[in-house]
Structures are given as C-alpha cells and as structure tokens.
Design a protein around this ligand. Structure first.
Ligand code: ATP
Length: 362
C-alpha cells in the first residue's frame, strides 16, 4: 500500500532526467530513476492549489494503490513536496499514447490489432469494476502503449475514479465531454455502464478516425452527447459487421442496455482475438492483414493536441454556459436538469459547481 510520504524528500530517492514526457490538467510527468535500484519510473508532479485538490490526489493515490493488474500502470511511491505539491511515482509506460502510436509509419493498424487493443482495455475495466471502482475518464490520453512495438497497452490516471457498489446513487459531472456518456451530461446516476460508452467512442474513432459526438465547441459536444444520435459514416463501409455490432452495443443511450466488460470480452469481435491475445501471440507480433487507413486518425490527433493545449481546464463558467444552452434548447423539461435530487447530489460532490447551477436556476 502506497501512502503519500510527508517526511521524506523525493530528490533523496529519485533522479529526474530530461524534459517532461507528458502533461495533463494537473501537472507534468517526468522520466525518473530510483537511485538505489536504477529502476526507471514515471513521476507525476501534481499542483495543489486548494484543499479540494489535495483531497482529490489523496483519493487518486488510495484508488491506484488498490490496482494491481497487468493492464494498469501501478503506483510505486508518493511524496508531498516542500511546496506542498504531490509527486506520484508510477510504473513507466514507455510506448507513448495509444492514438499517437497507431498512426506512426511503422505501425500497421488492422481490425485485429484494434480488437486486441480494445480487448485489453475491457480486461482493465473489468478488473477496475470488480474493485467497485468506476473510472469515469476512459479516453485515448489515458491509454498508453507499453513498448514502441507491439500492441500491449496500459491504462493510466485514476484522477476521476469513484467508488461505486450500487448502495447509493453516484452523481458526478467531470471528464472529457467527447467521451462522456449521456447520463454524465444530464446529471443522472452513473454506474459501471458509464465507462462502457467511452469504450464505444474510442473503438469508433480507432476504426474510422472520426469522433462521433465531437462538436465545434464544447457546448455543442455536450449537446451532441445529450442527444446521443450517431451513425456509421462511410469510413465504416470496409469495417466488419461484427466490429460494427460491437460498437452498436456500447453506444446505447439507455445505459442499462449497454454491454459491460465481461459481455464485451465474450462478444465475437473480441472473443476471436482474446485467446491469442492472452497467449501474447497478438500482443508482440507485427500486425498482418488489411490495414485500416489512418490519415483521418492522424488529422484527428493533431486537432486533439490543439484542443488539449487550448482548453486545458473547463471552468465553472463554461459549465454554466453549457447548462444554459441545454435549458434554452429544451425549456419544457429543462428544469429536470436542475431537479432537487440532482442538485443535492452535485452539492455533495462538487460544491462550487452546484453553486453555479443554483445561481443559474435563480
Ligand atoms: P488529464 O488531463 O488526462 O486529466 P492528468 O493531469 O491527470 O491529465 P495524466 O493523464 O496522468 O495527467 O498524465 C498526463 C500525460 O503524461 C499522459 O497523457 C501521458 O502522456 C503521460 N504519462 C502519464 N503517466 C505516465 C506513465 N506512467 N508513463 C509514461 N507516461 C505517462
């Protein structure tokens, strides 16, 4: 079990080299080496601006410390720095972000390769759900490749993960709208099925290079997700029926009808590759078979990086703007979004956001 160390200095135990290898909303990630063992690791420096950030990071550490699975990056150590930020030391996942890797010239993206990747993602999520955790931030940036060749992946980042055992309703509005399920946008109760919508979106993008709910602006994306309408565009003409069936059983508006990880793993699209993936045959060998064109995915990646740099943090003001759009668009049941129970649920989880919602309501 890893606890955040208060009375020890990170620099005493680890050396950092070079430029950051990644950057997220909360800070930078560096390559580091444990002095006593020479072990290569990743160090994530998380800026603590207020007490709520600290609670959030402590929660992330307590969740990560329970995660021991080959498809999940494990946490190794954690420190409070002298300026009271937090440093998480984790397993180094060296192959880069999945969506960057699959568009590289030396990577042949085939349908079988995509199935192997999604299969591992479902194995990771199945494990997480069995620990009574909902991840709530399944997105391409959080799926890393283990090496610079092969199809092995690992899930990173449990910053938004929440405990869920069905005994209490779970409300939480956070994450990246492009990958969020309709129930997230609508402040409805979430459960394990919520993560599976994101798996559907990722699979759709991987096979077509097109993001099914992404709008020109964040409020438009919210509206697209809230409406939940999508179709197979022409890029899917050469995709197998079984792969399309897999997506169709995940991008289901009514969450109770969405597949859970176990059902995904026994779906013919994944079952076909799973056994070979488990024996590692498909994990480390070059991909053979007809290649999926990745020019659209490449363009999508460029825009994704631009969006990440531009709209790093969604402000409460932006949340309020989105809620306003939703309310105006559907005034008849607009107040449904601000139902007492939902506001109460939010209040518990995110006091200031609830404040913004209530301010708008008045
Ligand atoms: P987000 O904006 O996704 O909420 P965050 O602040 O929680 O970000 P992470 O997603 O954990 O940060 O990390 C940011 C980036 O750093 C990742 O997208 C990845 O490129 C890199 N990174 C994170 N963890 C690791 C790791 N264990 N090994 C290698 N690179 C990593």
């Amino acid at each position: 079990v890893v606890r955040i160390r208060n009375n020890a200095k990170f620099e005493q135990f680890y050396d950092i080299d070079g430029e950051p290898i990644g950057e997220g909303k909360f800070g930078k990630v560096y390559h580091c080496v444990e002095k006593s063992t020479g072990l290569e690791l990743a160090a994530k420096f998380i800026k603590i601006r207020k007490d709520a950030d600290r609670e959030q990071v402590e929660h992330e550490v307590s969740v990560m410390t329970r995660m021991r699975h080959p498809r999940i990056a494990w946490i190794y150590d954690a420190f409070y720095s002298t300026n009271n930020d937090v440093i998480l030391v984790m397993e180094l996942v060296k192959g880069g972000e999945l969506f960057n890797r699959v568009v590289e010239d030396n990577f042949v993206l085939t349908e079988a390769a995509a199935a192997v990747i999604i299969c591992q993602l479902c194995e990771a999520i199945d494990y997480i759900h069995r620990q009574n955790i909902v991840h709530l931030d399944i997105k391409p940036e959080n799926i890393m490749c283990v090496t610079e060749s092969g199809n092995r992946i690992k899930l990173i980042d449990f910053g938004l993960a929440r405990h869920y055992d069905g005994s209490e309703d779970l409300y939480y509005m956070a994450g990246t709208p492009e990958f969020s399920a309709p129930e997230v946008i609508k402040f409805e109760p979430l459960d394990f099925h919520t993560d599976m919508w994101s798996v559907g979106v990722i699979t759709y993008i991987l096979l077509s290079g097109y993001s099914p709910f992404l709008g020109e602006t964040t409020p438009l994306t919210y509206m697209n997700v809230e409406r939940g309408e999508w179709e197979f565009i022409e890029e899917f003409d050469c995709v197998s029926e079984v792969a399309k069936d897999f997506i169709s059983k995940l991008l289901v508006y009514d969450k109770s009808l969405r597949m859970l990880p176990k059902e995904c793993l026994s779906h013919p699209w994944l079952a076909n590759v799973r056994e070979r993936a488990q024996k590692d045959v498909l994990l480390d060998q070059p991909n053979i078979g007809p290649a999926i064109p990745t020019d659209k995915l490449r363009r999508y990646n460029i825009r994704r990086r631009f969006r990440k740099a531009t709209f790093a943090v969604m402000s409460y003001c932006e949340f309020a703007q989105i809620l306003n759009v939703l309310r105006q668009r559907n005034s008849a049941n607009g107040l449904e979004y601000f139902g007492k129970a939902k506001v109460e649920g939010l209040k518990k989880k995110k006091k200031s956001l609830a404040g913004a919602v209530l301010a708008m309501k008045n």
